[in-house]
Design a protein around this ligand. Sequence first.
Ligand SMILES: NC(=O)c1ccc[n+]([C@@H]2O[C@H](COP(=O)([O-])OP(=O)(O)OC[C@H]3O[C@@H](n4cnc5c(N)ncnc54)[C@H](OP(=O)(O)O)[C@@H]3O)[C@@H](O)[C@H]2O)c1
Length: 311
Amino acid sequence: MSWDPRALPHAVGKTVMITGANAGIGYFASEQLAAAGAHVILGCRSPERAEAAVAAIRRRVPGAIVEATPIDVSDPRSVTQAAETLLERDRLDVLMLNAGIVHPPATRATDARGNELVLSTNVIGHFQLAALTMPLLARSAGARVVSLGSLATLLSRFPLDGLQLEKSYTSWTAYAQSKIALQVFGFELDRRLRASGTGVSSLVVHPGYSTSGRTPGIRGVNHPSRAKRFADNLQAAWTQGKDRGAWSAVRAAIDPDAAGGQFYGPRFVTKGEPALAPAAPTTRSPRVGARLWTLLEEYSGQTFELSSRTP
Ligand SMILES: NC(=O)c1ccc[n+]([C@@H]2O[C@H](COP(=O)([O-])OP(=O)(O)OC[C@H]3O[C@@H](n4cnc5c(N)ncnc54)[C@H](OP(=O)(O)O)[C@@H]3O)[C@@H](O)[C@H]2O)c1
């Protein structure tokens, strides 16, 4: 299966929603999918940053069909409102679960429901969004959910009885466990979707090691300092820009040969063109997936049942 991230297949007629789309990988995935002809909805928590990102895509991609919708994935009410707005649409072909806290706070913080903030942002809000929008995805033939995992999943344990990190919080543990959880969710979602016969699939990706200092400068979206550019360029041998970091997610979203349950990442692990990659074994475990699903229902207060009756 060959794939050229610089020559994408047409995505005209597809509607894509990406969380955390005003910056980084979410922005570049939006821009690349808009350039391929998709109608892209940028899910952003800041109206100003959303406006700047939409303006940047319109500037750089003539004829782009883009719009923004407000969503703060750490706020259950905001997620519900965003889902309600999405459900008014005719179709949703790709839901990309990208928003994330990548530099977690030094001390533990919580959301309005009392959930640890990194887990809430990177996982729980996305679980709720996927659950609420599933009826729309299920009536959009061939729809896909794409979850942003990480190489960090290879470097941490995943104690299912300690995901809220009440007693052992560190910013690294919070981040790594949240990314493991999102991958576990993405693979478990695909198993459940297959069993339900809805026709929706779930794919998981990781962007390697993608830094803003190696990323093109874009007004209103990405303007790293000279010092950041200098420091990031010192790591050029094993890093790439976030424009390239978006490639795996874009492939999972629109490669006609991609299939549910697959895991894509850069060819050279931390950088390169997107290819199938090995996922951390824990993240593919059905036992861990089933247990996490129950926990996510509990943490979110959102049931997520998939049956063949899903419309
Ligand atoms: N860069 C990498 O090398 C790398 C590696 C592995 C995995 N990833 C994953 O890739 C995804 C994107 O990473 P990135 O490097 O592009 O990060 P980034 O540049 O920091 O962008 C993160 C995006 O998420 C948004 N966001 C954060 N909290 C949010 C919330 N509560 N509600 C809505 N949006 C929120 C941010 O919006 P604001 O501007 O409002 O903060 C921003 O648009 C993340 O899931 C990350 O874990 C990245």
